[in-house]
Write a protein that binds this ligand. Structure first.
Ligand SMILES: *[C@@H]1O[C@H](CO)[C@@H](O)[C@H](O)[C@H]1NC(C)=O
Ligand SMILES: *[C@@H]1O[C@H](CO)[C@@H](O)[C@H](O)[C@H]1NC(C)=O
Ligand SMILES: *[C@@H]1O[C@H](CO)[C@@H](O)[C@H](O)[C@H]1NC(C)=O
Ligand SMILES: *[C@@H]1O[C@H](CO)[C@@H](O)[C@H](O)[C@H]1NC(C)=O
Ligand SMILES: *[C@@H]1O[C@H](CO)[C@@H](O)[C@H](O)[C@H]1NC(C)=O
Ligand SMILES: *[C@@H]1O[C@H](CO)[C@@H](O)[C@H](O)[C@H]1NC(C)=O
Ligand SMILES: *[C@@H]1O[C@H](CO)[C@@H](O)[C@H](O)[C@H]1NC(C)=O
Ligand SMILES: *[C@@H]1O[C@H](CO)[C@@H](O)[C@H](O)[C@H]1NC(C)=O
Ligand SMILES: *[C@@H]1O[C@H](CO)[C@@H](O)[C@H](O)[C@H]1NC(C)=O
Ligand SMILES: *[C@@H]1O[C@H](CO)[C@@H](O)[C@H](O)[C@H]1NC(C)=O
Ligand SMILES: *[C@@H]1O[C@H](CO)[C@@H](O)[C@H](O)[C@H]1NC(C)=O
Ligand SMILES: *[C@@H]1O[C@H](CO)[C@@H](O)[C@H](O)[C@H]1NC(C)=O
Length: 457
């Protein structure tokens, strides 16, 4: 274990020495590529568009680990800001990555303070339940996901930035928010909506994009393993051409380009967010909106737009869930005016009790079933939910770590491997074998997690 830690510490230095340069993974965002791993087998079925009050489609694109000032001094973002609205008081919710991702779809980060393999139990609902209740279509596009519905911890494939380097881990589960929830992952038709960028290309080409999309670039393109300049080049490559393609962006499309969290933990968690797309009113393009928002605003905005129910979690906490202002205006939602010292500090990590915090463990509790969210609909009650187990009736936090225990939702990390260890052969044939081996290992892990009946590859 110590040897592994020492090796991990050396990695950034080795990586910096190589200073990877951006390379387009394909000839264009709508051109298939083996760099995205599995080729597309089908497009999504076209569905009836459910009209929203301000937009009919929302595309959330998440980049990684960048302070506001850093993104705001990068040309890609300052140029794009001229076409949309810059949100300069938008905050992530905690550190590190994974809790922010689970929060933007589930309305809570459950006390999580790490990036481990979790399976959030099936009685915990997400935005997927709210969307499906109104027949609003959705999908999660993950750049290097090997196969549709893959639920493994990560995936390693041929290094397309450096053909003589070993295969590279481009895909990680911790950036694929909905797959972490069993209410999504254990339903095969839902699991299948986790698709890679070959599927994305096929879906756009077929004019079959859904109405709610989450888009995660791979670990180099999202700045996680690289720099904001590298990610900016990816945005120029991927997003900029799509902005003028009406199969992606029409006058009822809202695009939210944001970051999971700041790089610096010792400042509050302000990140740069751009609202782009044809649904942004023309008179607001090139403006700055100083309203206080958090990742929960992405939930409340969707709820307001389609008149959805709510999760009764952070999405209904009025302080943390202001609706993007032009959507609030269109739907009659009243935002709170929160500024200066009233802005909560959301840069803490590890100190918030929850069912995914082993040092301050409390069980999963029911949402506030009497909450009213921005959509006005009822709080979604998942199957198997004990509505009587509430925050008020839950036991006090306990320290499982001190008892040499882990939280029940922690997956078998360090057990079955989701990915092959890099072969180091560097030969293209070795890389291909690595991809194949990874699929087999991924299938084994998925089978172990979900049972063979739910095996979906
Ligand atoms: C599309 O619809 C067909 C027929 O209902 C179904 O068999 C297929 O699984 C659907 N495809 C997707 C990607 O959901
Ligand atoms: C963001 O960058 C733009 C362009 O450099 C600048 O005009 C603006 O003042 C910056 N905004 C903030 C909030 O720092
Ligand atoms: C959703 O679609 C199903 C099947 O077409 C239909 O029965 C149901 O009424 C729809 N629900 C809503 C809220 O539109
Ligand atoms: C399509 O099916 C093939 C054969 O099963 C598989 O290798 C490939 O990964 C699939 N593609 C996706 C995106 O699931
Ligand atoms: C939006 O696009 C539709 C379809 O292309 C078109 O009919 C409509 O006039 C457009 N609306 C505006 C306000 O541009
Ligand atoms: C969070 O940010 C505040 C404001 O910058 C700072 O005072 C505080 O020390 C930070 N907290 C942590 C845990 O770093
Ligand atoms: C809403 O969020 C604020 C800021 O984090 C927090 O102080 C407050 O306790 C939350 N309200 C509820 C009802 O959880
Ligand atoms: C959720 O389900 C788990 C079992 O999977 C159960 O232990 C827990 O009490 C349930 N929690 C609630 C709030 O219903
Ligand atoms: C919850 O409490 C109500 C009222 O006390 C009771 O009728 C119901 O059976 C309880 N439900 C569960 C799952 O314990
Ligand atoms: C929980 O227990 C661990 C192991 O004994 C200890 O390191 C940690 O400080 C404890 N945390 C709290 C919040 O008491
Ligand atoms: C903690 O549990 C593990 C696994 O059951 C065991 O190997 C280890 O000895 C335990 N450590 C302590 C301090 O009890
Ligand atoms: C990938 O997953 C394996 C366990 O399956 C783990 O040991 C390894 O650290 C992970 N790598 C990354 C980059 O997440």
């Amino acid at each position: 274990m110590q040897a592994v830690s020492a090796l991990l510490l050396l990695l950034p230095a080795a990586f910096a020495a190589q200073a990877p340069q951006f390379e387009p993974p394909s000839a264009g965002p709508l051109v298939p590529s083996s760099n995205y791993v599995g080729s597309s087998n089908s497009t999504l079925n076209k569905t009836t568009v459910v009209a929203g009050k301000q937009f009919d489609r929302i595309v959330q694109i998440w980049l990684e680990n960048t302070d506001f000032e850093s993104a705001n001094s990068t040309a890609t973002f300052t140029n794009l800001a001229k076409q949309g609205v810059l949100l300069d008081q938008y905050y992530a919710l905690t550190h590190p990555s994974e809790p922010n991702y689970v929060a933007v779809v589930g309305g809570d980060f459950w006390g999580m303070a790490d990036d481990q393999f979790y399976n959030i139990p099936a009685n915990i609902s997400t935005v997927v339940d709210l969307l499906e209740a109104k027949n609003v279509s959705w999908a999660s596009y993950q750049e290097n996901l090997p196969t549709d519905g893959f639920s493994g911890f990560n995936f390693t494939s041929e290094n397309y930035l450096n053909g003589s380097a070993p295969p590279y881990t481009y895909y990680v589960r911790k950036h694929n928010p909905t797959i972490i929830y069993d209410s999504v992952a254990s339903v095969p038709s839902r699991a299948a909506l986790h698709r890679n960028f070959n599927d994305f290309a096929a879906d756009v080409n077929a004019s079959a994009l859904p109405q709610w999309l989450f888009v995660t670039p791979n670990l180099v393109n999202d700045a996680h393993d690289t720099t904001i300049d590298f990610a900016g080049q990816w945005v120029d490559y991927f997003l900029t051409p799509l902005l003028s393609d009406t199969r992606f962006n029409d006058n009822k499309t809202l695009i939210v380009l944001t970051f999971d969290e700041t790089e610096t933990y010792t400042v509050n968690n302000r990140i740069l967010t751009l609202l782009l797309g044809g649904a942004v009113p023309e008179n607001l393009r090139g403006t700055v909106d100083h309203t206080y928002y958090t990742h929960y605003s992405a939930l409340s905005t969707v709820e307001a737009n389609w008149g959805l129910g709510s999760l009764g979690r952070g999405d209904t906490n009025k302080t943390l869930s202001n609706v993007f202002s032009f959507v609030a205006d269109a739907t009659g939602y009243k935002n709170l005016n929160i500024s200066g010292a009233a802005i909560p500090l959301t840069n803490a990590t590890g100190t918030i009790p929850g069912p995914l915090n082993a040092n301050f463990y409390v069980p999963f509790t029911a949402p506030n079933v009497s909450a009213t969210g921005a959509g006005g609909g009822p709080v979604f009650i998942a199957q198997g939910l004990n509505v009587n187990l509430t925050a008020a009736t839950a036991p006090a936090p306990v320290n499982l770590t001190a008892a040499n225990e882990t939280v029940p939702a922690l997956g078998p990390i360090g057990g079955t491997s989701a990915a092959p260890s890099p072969s180091g052969s560097g030969k293209p044939s070795g890389a291909v074998e690595s991809v194949v081996a990874g699929k087999a290992a991924g299938a084994a892990l998925l089978g172990a997690l979900l049972g063979s009946a739910a095996l979906f590859l």
